[in-house]
Design a protein around this ligand. Structure first.
Ligand SMILES: [Zn+2]
Length: 255
């Protein structure tokens, strides 16, 4: 059935995770900051994360995910019907995600940027699927695969990493840090919505998330931060605004 695009709100930014909680842990502070800045933000989870230890079932996990989305203030959260633990970069998975991009028409997509050895291999597959779906979203003469949704070109793609994973994105050239000093507590509150995933004996996760944010932020001169990588070199026409965004001239930098 042909769908009308007015059925779907246009978003500025979409963050893609393999499982509910990936996006919160990787970039929840930035998403909450974007919402406060007035941008329309969405989250797409490729799987519902089930089965998983500690969860009584998918309904509970989905309810946790929706509560976390509300905590961040994002416009919408979509959970795709791809299989947890058996996530693979297939044609069907690429098309499924590309259809969501065509519906919600983001300008920026943020997703996994590397493998996570010792953790779920779904994350690496999610990266491959996201890379491909961004490309598929703009391909013409292939409408039959996409429910005849119009093509959509995504302008910019960024990679994230899970807050407590090793700093594995160092090989990329365009690192930058987003100030989440105002939204670190919101990020942690969103992760805490996953009560089944982080029961009291896993409380150390919050310390790790907080610690990673403080280290990343401190290195860039913020109270807390999240690091991203641009898949292409990032540039600017105003050197001062790029390197000193709070400089207001006459030697003054606003706090
Ligand atoms: Zn995950």
């Amino acid at each position: 059935m042909k769908k009308n695009l007015t059925d779907f709100p246009q978003l500025d930014v979409i963050a893609v995770g393999a499982h509910p909680d990936d996006v919160e842990i990787a970039c929840g502070g930035t998403l909450a900051a974007l919402v406060r800045q007035g941008y329309k933000v969405g989250i797409i989870d490729l799987t519902d994360g089930e089965p998983t230890p500690g969860s009584p079932g998918p309904e509970v996990r989905l309810a946790e995910a929706q509560k976390a989305a509300q905590t961040l203030g994002v416009e919408l959260r979509v959970t795709l019907d791809l299989p947890n633990r058996r996530l693979f970069d297939t044609f069907e998975a690429r098309v499924l995600l590309a259809k969501e991009f065509r519906k919600y028409r983001p300008q920026i997509v943020i997703g996994f940027g590397d493998k996570t050895p010792l953790a779920s291999p779904d994350h690496w597959q999610a990266m491959q699927i996201t890379d491909a779906a961004i490309f598929y979203s703009r391909l013409t003469k292939w409408d039959e695969h996409f429910d005849h949704l119009p093509v959509h070109t995504i302008s910019s793609q960024l990679y994230f990493r899970l807050a407590f994973e090793p700093q594995s994105l160092q090989d990329w050239a365009s690192h930058f840090t987003i100030d989440i000093g105002e939204t670190l507590e919101t990020k942690i509150a969103a992760v805490k919505c996953y009560a089944t995933q982080f029961p009291p004996h896993k409380d150390h996760v919050y310390d790790r998330i907080r610690g990673a944010a403080l280290v990343a932020g401190g290195a860039a001169g913020f109270k807390a931060g999240e690091v991203f990588v641009g898949v292409r070199p990032l540039g600017a026409s105003d050197l001062v605004k790029l390197v000193l965004p709070k400089y207001v001239g006459e030697g003054r930098i606003v706090p």
